[in-house]
Design a protein around this ligand. Structure first.
Ligand SMILES: Cc1ncc(C[n+]2csc(CCOP(=O)(O)OP(=O)(O)O)c2C)c(N)n1
Ligand SMILES: [Mg+2]
Length: 270
């Protein structure tokens, strides 16, 4: 697959986001080590490419490495990022009003008056602390879209929640977390139900202290999942790409997932 590159102005703007995000990561770690913040496991910069393939109305269900994704989506800025790290109780600065762990992200679905926000942005479901536990939510979001697609009357009756079922659920997960049971349940169900779901596994070969060699069959989640690769009717599509080709891969997969095929991309961290 030939890589298609964005215009230079877009690439520079994205690069700025990635650099800013990395700088925020380093500061957040310093704040933890200095005792001014309780916790920070942070992300890097590659997720900016994924953000560019998401559309208003899509959903995210991810984990603590996703700050660049949210920065690139405009879900928050660096100020709000640190409001999250410090547990700021003001919902105007920190969507979870300080009730989440640091680096656990969300966007508000309802406004201050209790009305649903219009579908003009990407929504983030609230992150969960037990690793992989968001996989059930990711599947549920994608399944809801599949049901809306199948029933236009249901979709139009719920137009504040769905764009006729055309939205897609984007997930992220670390390679170590793929050892959890719910990961396998969700991936299997996605392959059976053929829901619009795109999952990126950030394959850095480590999960805090345990190398993936010691916990993943065949030392590779892609290899372990080969048995449920799509046969055209059922199963999932698998892609393994390096960080520098994320964008072209996401573009190609984004088009197909809007046609309702579950995908999983195993990606190498940059
Ligand atoms: C069920 C559960 N077990 C253990 C932990 C503690 N824990 C937090 S992050 C983490 C490592 C996850 O590694 P991986 O999924 O590879 O993500 P990475 O940080 O490498 O991106 C662990 C073991 C947890 N949060 N939840
Ligand atoms: Mg890992």
């Amino acid at each position: 697959m030939a890589a298609t590159w964005p215009p230079a102005s877009e690439a520079i703007a994205d690069y700025r986001i990635a650099v800013r995000s990395r700088a925020a990561s380093e500061t957040a770690r310093q704040e933890v080590l200095a005792g001014r913040a309780p916790f920070a496991i942070t992300g890097d910069g590659k997720e900016v490419a994924l953000a560019r393939e998401m559309q208003p109305g899509d959903w995210r269900a991810g984990y603590y490495r996703d700050q660049t994704l949210l920065l690139a989506l405009g879900s928050f800025d660096v100020r709000s990022y640190f409001a999250n790290v410090y547990g700021d109780p003001d919902a105007a600065r920190e969507p979870a009003a300080g009730r989440q762990m640091a680096n656990h992200y969300s966007t508000r679905v309802l406004d201050a008056d209790g009305n649903p926000h219009p579908l003009e942005r990407v929504h983030s479901s609230a992150d969960l602390s037990p690793v992989a536990s968001h996989m059930g939510k990711l599947l549920g979001l994608a399944y809801a879209s599949a049901l809306y697609r199948a029933d236009p009357a249901l979709a139009s009756a719920n137009a504040v929640h769905t764009r006729g079922g055309q939205e897609v659920a984007f997930g992220t997960i670390g390679d170590g977390s793929t050892s959890e049971g719910i990961f396998w349940e969700a991936i299997n169900a996605a392959g059976v139900l053929q829901v619009p779901l795109l999952l990126s596994v950030w394959d850095d070969g480590i999960s805090i202290s345990v190398p993936s060699d010691l916990q993943t069959t065949k030392h590779s989640i892609s290899a372990a999942l080969e048995g449920i690769r799509s046969d055209g009717r059922t199963g999932i599509r698998l892609h393994t790409v390096r960080g520098d080709t994320i964008r072209s891969s996401a573009r190609s997969t984004a088009g197909r997932r809007r046609r309702c095929e579950p995908r999983m991309c195993r990606r190498w961290c940059m």
